[in-house]
Design a protein around this ligand. Structure first.
Ligand SMILES: Cc1ncc(C[n+]2csc(CCOP(=O)(O)OP(=O)(O)O)c2C)c(N)n1
Ligand SMILES: [Mg+2]
Length: 327
């Protein structure tokens, strides 16, 4: 599948933005600057970007506890995300949600979610509403290998298949559910095999290969948009950082991490851009410099923003924040 030069550069930019945001988040967390728990997405960037690059603002996504990458890939603004992680009133949830509740209805981001597997029924419901209203929108549900063992997975895929809903279920198989390797939490290797029991298409791709993810997502999203029903797309990938920031990582070896670092999706794409003369070194350096600057500005914005006022503690904790975004 041919991807235009402009699109490839935009893909690289988004992947690099996720990486830069997450590396900074890791650094800030270690300094005690951030409120609450954070789960970083470093290493998995090709999945969020390869999928979301096929979506418009009017399409919806549901995210996970490891959600920063999905939000950035779908157009989330880093300074509002950073302010949210700082618990500041200028953040996406006015500082009351933190990493696992960031949503932006204006961009079709239905939210990160601290409850593993909770995105399935939400995305399926979005798909049902699109079908009911006869729109051509698509919902994408991101979830992990661990989440594929939840009951919500079965119930949602079954309903989406029987009703031919425009939903693409994107499994980010990073080989671990928390500290448990995939081989100890399920008997199968390919999670996409589970699609057979719902009578839908199941595909597994190398989640560190942006071209493979982009192409598989493009086919699945196109099919859903045209009324062809749901797909289960499994992207095999790996997280370089711990399950959460501060995880001592005693359940895996340094060699395993190093092995996966050699398959880094960002380095691979950069090599492709340079070798095929799609972009020269100067242009890439400039692009990276601008993003690093954007992230530093996001930190500055968050640091300088005020804390929410105690008397506002009960405001914007439910639907009013979504209604406000829709205005
Ligand atoms: C319903 C529920 N059960 C358990 C947890 C605790 N928990 C948080 S993340 C996680 C593992 C999720 O693994 P996976 O779906 O593979 O996502 P990953 O962290 O690998 O991205 C668990 C069990 C939770 N948040 N929600
Ligand atoms: Mg996992």
């Amino acid at each position: 599948m041919k991807i235009s030069t402009e699109k490839l550069i935009s893909i690289y930019e988004k992947m690099f933005r996720i990486r830069a945001f997450e590396e900074k988040v890791g650094e800030l967390f270690a300094k005690g600057k951030l409120a609450g728990f954070v789960h970083c997405y470093v290493g998995e960037e090709a999945v969020a970007v390869g999928v979301c690059q096929n979506l418009d603002d009017k399409d919806y996504i549901t995210s996970t506890h490891r959600g920063h990458g999905h939000l950035i890939a779908k157009g989330g603004i880093t300074k509002y995300m950073m302010a949210e992680l700082y618990g500041k009133s200028t953040g996406y949830c006015k500082g009351k949600g933190g990493s696992m509740h960031i949503a932006d209805a204006s961009k079709g981001i239905l939210g990160a979610n601290g409850i593993v597997g909770a995105g399935f029924p939400i995305a399926t419901g979005a798909g049902l509403s699109f079908k009911y209203q006869k729109t051509d929108q698509v919902a994408v549900c991101f979830f992990g290998d661990g989440a594929s063992n939840r009951g919500t997975f079965h119930e949602s895929l079954n309903l989406a298949s029987i009703w031919d809903l425009p939903v693409v279920y994107v499994c980010e198989n990073n080989m671990y559910g928390e500290f448990t390797p995939q081989s100890r939490h399920q008997k199968i290797n390919n999670i996409s095999d589970r699609a057979a029991s719902y009578g839908i298409t199941g595909v597994s791709v190398d989640g560190n290969d942006i071209f493979a993810v982009y192409e598989a997502a493009s086919l699945a999203i196109d099919k859903a948009r045209k009324g062809g029903g749901p797909t289960l797309l499994e992207c095999k990938t790996y997280r370089y950082r711990g399950h959460f920031e501060g995880d001592p990582q005693e359940y895996r070896t340094k060699e395993e991490i190093e092995d996966w670092r050699r398959k880094d999706p960002i380095i691979k794409l950069k090599k492709h851009l340079l070798e095929n003369k799609i972009c020269d070194e100067t242009k890439i350096n400039k692009l990276e410099e601008n993003i690093n600057k954007e992230i530093l500005e996001a930190v500055e914005f968050a640091e300088e923003s005020p804390n929410p006022k105690p008397e506002e503690a009960l405001e914007n904790v439910y639907t009013d924040i979504i209604e406000e975004a829709r205005k």
